[in-house]
Design a protein around this ligand. Structure first.
Ligand SMILES: Nc1nc2c(ncn2[C@@H]2O[C@H](COP(=O)(O)OP(=O)(O)OP(=O)(O)O)[C@@H](O)[C@H]2O)c(=O)[nH]1
Ligand SMILES: [Zn+2]
Length: 224
């Protein structure tokens, strides 16, 4: 398969400030990814860039689902980049950990019957995580980013970046959005997938809760 290429760029004003949106495409498959860039990221060698690899989650990112932590992480990452005045968010379009939206809905149906997130994937014939993060290293390279402070709880993202030559100088934890509907999902990630999740009750910075959702996440008005 040929390498992904940078194919389009434009300004994107958001509620977190004005980003440069960069579009990437594989020439053969036309599979698309995108990145939001703020500030001057060309000097990462001397001043590592705050960065997020955010895997697509239509339900969490756009439809306000409480079944996962994705939407909360997306908002927090964009806010932190905006506060830093500089950074990159790669929107990694591998919905449902790479199984796609319809299969994720099928997995959610199995979860409604009691399976956890990994068991549901496996019952559908998939691995627990089908994502390929290597493309994100290529995207960092195309953006001229060499050293990053990576916003993630997933050690696999860090390992893959380092193997691909992107220097992750720091992991910045992203523990937001825990609520009654995703506690089991977060526990499965921590216990079975090795994610570095800190639960709200252990997280001194986030010890106030409203409506079952962590105080830090700005989506406090949730009707239950
Ligand atoms: N197959 C499947 N995918 C899910 C489920 N819940 C969320 N996802 C997808 O999981 C991806 C996010 O992965 P997570 O494991 O939550 O987090 P991560 O990106 O690995 O790690 P962080 O950087 O810490 O956010 C997105 O692509 C979501 O669409 C689920 O129950 N089943
Ligand atoms: Zn999600």
């Amino acid at each position: 398969m040929s390498k992904i290429q940078l194919v389009a760029e434009a300004q994107l004003p958001t509620k977190f400030g004005i980003f440069r949106m960069v579009g990437f495409e594989f020439p053969d498959t036309h599979k698309e990814h995108a990145a939001l860039v703020m500030g001057d990221i060309s000097d990462s060698e001397h001043n590592p860039v705050l960065a997020r690899i955010h895997s697509e989650c239509l339900t969490g990112d756009a439809l306000h689902s409480l079944k996962c932590d994705c939407g909360f992480q997306l908002e927090t990452a964009l806010r932190q980049i905006s506060e830093a005045g500089r950074g990159v968010l790669i929107y990694h379009r591998e919905e449902g950990r790479g199984i796609g939206l319809i299969n994720k809905i099928r997995a959610y149906s199995l979860q409604d019957q009691g399976l956890d997130t990994i068991e549901a994937n496996e019952a559908l014939g998939f691995a627990a995580d089908e994502r390929n993060f290597a493309v994100c290293a290529d995207i960092f390279e195309l953006l001229g980013v060499k050293k990053v402070r990576l916003l993630t709880n997933n050690p696999n993202k860090i390992d893959t970046m380092r193997e691909a030559g992107i220097n992750v100088v720091e992991r910045v934890a992203l523990n937001v959005g825990e609520n009654r509907y995703n506690t089991a999902y977060l526990s499965t990630k921590a216990e079975k997938m090795g994610h570095l999740i800190v639960h709200n009750h252990e997280n001194k910075e986030h010890d106030q809760h409203q409506h079952g959702v962590c105080c830090s996440c700005q989506r406090e008005q949730i009707s239950e």
